[in-house]
Each structure stands twice: as structure tokens, then as C-alpha cells.
Design a protein. Structure first.
Length: 96
């Protein structure tokens, strides 16, 4: 059977700064780990915590075959093969 991965889209904010109502998260990201991992959200929280970030919101999980063409997520597939998970984040500009 082909190995699959779970892909999550998320928003994050610095862990040391409480997210006040109406304040926007500072980062948006994509996280991927093998579906065999027991708790993808816990692993994501652990990885974000290393950079003093906390997850604010998470979208629905998607599943991809590791053997499939991932298109724009190919760099994440390479990360999964190298380190067991893939992470891509980008800063979000403040709203005026």
C-alpha cells in the first residue's frame, strides 16, 4: 500500500503575545507529515513552538499519496522524506 501524508493549512501568531480579538495572525503556513503519525496537530504545535509561535487556526486536513505529483507542494514532499515533516510559512502583512 502507498504511504500517504496529511497536509494542514494553518495560521500562527507569536506564542508570547496573546491574540486579542480583532488582531490578525502574523503567519500563514502549510504543514505536512506522514499519515502514520498519530497526532499531526500535536506535531505541528511542537514544531511551531520551537520558533515561539502558536497555532491560531487550522483548516481541514487533506491527504496526499507520497508517490503522487504534489505540484506546488513538491518542496514539502522532499522535506517529509528528509526530516519526517514539511513546513512552509509566510508572514502576513498587517491590516490597516
Amino acid at each position: 500500500m502507498d504511504e500517504t501524508c496529511t497536509l494542514l493549512l494553518f495560521l500562527a501568531h507569536p506564542a508570547l503575545t496573546p491574540l486579542a480579538k480583532g488582531v490578525n495572525p502574523e503567519c500563514a503556513g502549510t504543514f505536512v507529515c506522514p499519515s502514520s503519525h498519530s497526532d499531526a496537530l500535536r506535531l505541528l504545535d511542537e514544531v511551531l513552538g520551537r520558533d515561539n509561535l502558536s497555532r491560531v487556526r487550522t483548516g481541514d486536513a487533506m491527504t496526499f499519496s507520497l508517490a503522487a505529483d504534489w505540484g506546488r507542494f513538491e518542496d514539502l514532499k522532499a522535506q517529509v522524506r528528509e526530516q519526517g515533516y514539511g513546513l512552509r510559512m509566510m508572514g502576513m502583512p498587517p491590516r490597516s
